[in-house]
Design a protein around this ligand. Structure first.
Ligand code: FAD
Length: 617
């Protein structure tokens, strides 16, 4: 079976043609890089993904995890690739070389993630978590804490986690009851039970560093009173050497629908009264610190949705080219006519183009977000930095929710393309579908993302940030208007952008009125339509890059002559794919989005009005 993760041609298109990655080398921080080094990094990432990580996907799922005596054993096949992953320094590619990173742009790291996450994200999460947790220590920690923790975490020698959830504090983080009590030596005694902690215990690393949210005794209620503590599984001495076990016990792991190789752990802190933690940042201000990791994790979860979709699409495409069933429509009643590959059937092509448009739109969006991070990191003008940060904050819930929802839908379509075989374990798409399902739930459910979008992000700076986003979209519309094949699509997107602006304004105002509950009943549909419009923006942007290239390659040819020129020319076919994907999305899907916006503007309140008893059951 083919080993498929991501289409390298498309990765390169987004990096270099759409987002002009080489321009990043103009920033002092990235001066030493060039296209050659970027290519080398992506080649190496791809090679590790295909040769070492992808082969662990199905065996990791089948073998799963072993739990005994508080210890978790990961699938045997994870050990070799994890060693190679560390040796290749893939654990902290964007971190500063001074603290053990490669100093690469976020945009290039995203292309790396395209392959590593797409190959087996249950595996790649082990490498990411040490870095994600370490970043908080880098930004908010004391110099001593940075010295003690950063290098081992960034090198993947020690793992990391993020420890928020408790049985009665899931979405409602502020309800947590884990405590931190000041000790005379300046450390804190940690006590409490946490659940659902990814990578909370495993045998891949010699230590695991848990950033734990807890409440110091006299702290005010709610999220404002929460502090963040660094709680090592094995105590770390001031000189960085390891001490004894730190009274962190894994009391069990979940049996789940998917990601069978990713341990979801229950952790007991201080069961014997001997768990100690170090305060990270200031007392009572832990949420601010944790939000740094949560925002990164939200982008990561969006990327998980997208990369799962990317692999699923490529498998479905490959299968559709090989599987022969039925005859061409025109020869349906001719028993002598040969069976054709299912990619010839209009309904299968519809599924494939739906998947292609979403996968490619999501790739552009996620890489765009990574480029925003590069601007934020490198830009010296504070006003410009603020502009990009606002855009990032606004897009974060959309990326998390839209890409995880659509990622799941793409995987589901892939199963459909395979027919009955897709439902069996013989092919990889059923696992991709199971594994990706959690993405819409963890890191703040998609419902919580929608509330964040409506309640906080839309109104940021009096709505100016949202208007900036619409202006960015208008730039692409203006460019597409100047390209004859795209002029009609540009008009349609312009109408959708206008309607999105009206819908946002209306919903934002309703959210501040007595009809607040009705507004929030429409928060998720709003998040989805905003995601659709953003997709259309990304796809039109791609098409506007492709059209001049197509004209260069195919010239003024029309009709059949043009068709056969494109069919026989790989590059031309790629660019034509961009135009057709934008055309499909804007002409066939965006009208549905317009309808959904009409429904939101009607602000029907059945969801609010229905008495609880009337739900039946
Ligand atoms: C495999 C897996 C891995 C995980 N990894 C981690 C981890 O590493 N660290 C960690 O801390 N946690 C982790 N979690 C926990 C995860 O983040 C939570 O499950 C998630 O935040 C939802 O919390 P909950 O399960 O308690 O659901 P609930 O909060 O009970 O939510 C149930 C439903 O109610 C909705 N809801 C809840 N409150 C509101 C509200 N105010 N308004 C509107 N709707 C609402 C939710 O959207 C959801 O649909 C993991 C979970 C799983 C399953």
């Amino acid at each position: 079976m083919a080993q498929l993760i991501a289409d390298r041609r498309d990765v390169d298109f987004v990096l270099y043609e759409q987002l002009e990655a080489e321009k990043l080398c103009g920033y002092a921080r990235y001066r030493e890089f060039n296209r050659k080094t970027f290519d080398l990094v992506v080649d190496e990432a791809r090679s590790l993904a295909i040769k070492e990580i992808l082969p662990t996907l199905a065996p990791g799922d089948r073998e799963g995890l072993a739990f005994a005596d508080g210890r978790v054993r990961v699938p045997e096949c994870f050990h070799r690739p994890y060693k190679l992953y560390r040796e290749g320094e893939w654990t902290a590619v964007t971190a500063d070389p001074a603290v053990g990173g490669q100093g690469l742009p976020h945009l290039i790291a995203q292309a790396v993630g395209d392959y590593h996450l797409g190959a087996n994200y249950a595996f790649t999460l082990f490498g990411w978590s040490g870095f994600g947790a370490g970043e908080m220590i880098e930004i908010f920690g004391t110099p001593e804490q940075r010295e003690m923790f950063l290098k081992p975490m960034y090198s993947g020698r020690w793992g990391g986690t993020m420890v928020l959830t408790e049985p009665n504090a899931g979405s409602d983080v502020g309800a947590l009851t884990t405590t931190g009590r000041r000790l005379e030596d300046g450390t804190y005694a940690i006590s409490g039970a946490k659940i659902f902690i990814t990578g909370g215990e495993h045998d891949l690393t010699e230590n695991i560093i848990h950033p734990v949210l807890a409440r110091i005794e006299e702290a005010p209620a709610g999220t404002k009173g929460i502090s963040l503590f660094i709680v090592p599984k094995i105590w770390v001495n001031a000189d960085g050497s390891l001490g004894g076990p730190n009274d962190v016990a894994c009391t069990g792991i979940e049996e789940k629908m998917g990601i069978h190789a990713s341990p979801t752990c229950s952790l007991a802190f201080g069961g014997k009264g001997q768990c100690r933690g170090l305060l990270l940042g200031e007392e009572h201000k832990g949420m601010k610190v944790m939000f740094h990791m949560m925002n990164s994790a939200r982008l990561l979860v969006g990327a998980i949705g997208f990369t799962s979709a990317s692999a699923a699409y490529l498998y479905a495409l490959d299968y559709a080219r090989q599987r022969r069933q039925g005859r061409d429509l025109e020869k349906s009643f001719d028993p002598e006519a040969p069976q054709v590959p299912i990619i010839r059937h209009p309904d299968v092509r519809r599924m494939l183009l739906w998947m292609k448009a979403h996968v490619e739109g999501m790739r552009s969006l996620i890489y765009y977000a990574a480029r925003l991070l590069d601007h934020i990191r490198c830009e010296s003008d504070p006003l410009q930095r603020d502009y990009w940060q606002g855009m990032m904050d606004l897009l974060t819930p959309v990326i998390k929710a839209y890409c995880s929802d659509k990622g799941f839908e793409v995987c589901s379509q892939a199963v459909q393309v395979y027919g009955g075989y897709g439902y069996t374990r013989e092919y990889p798409v059923e696992q991709l579908l199971r594994d990706v399902r959690i993405a819409a739930i963890y890191e703040g459910t998609n419902g919580i993302q929608a509330m964040d979008l409506l309640g906080r992000k839309l109104g940021a700076k009096g709505g100016a940030v949202f208007m900036n986003l619409l202006q960015e979209i208008q730039r692409v519309i203006a460019r597409a208007r100047g390209l004859e094949p795209l002029a009609g699509l540009a008009e349609s997107l312009a109408q959708a952008v206008e309607r999105l602006g009206q819908t946002a304004l209306y919903l934002g105002q309703t959210a501040m009125s007595p009809k607040l509950r009705t507004a929030f009943a429409h928060a998720t549909p709003f998040q989805e339509v905003m995601g659709d419009v953003v997709m259309a923006w990304m796809l039109l942007w791609r098409a506007s890059v492709a059209v001049p290239q197509l004209e260069r390659l195919v010239g003024p040819a029309a009709g059949e002559e043009r068709g056969s020129k494109i069919e026989g020319h790989k590059q031309a076919a790629f660019y034509e794919g961009q135009v057709q994907a934008a055309r499909y999305f804007i002409n066939s899907l965006l009208p549905v989005t317009m309808g959904k916006m009409t429904a939101i503007l009607a602000a029907d309140s059945a969801v609010v009005d229905i008495p609880e008893a009337a739900f039946g059951g």
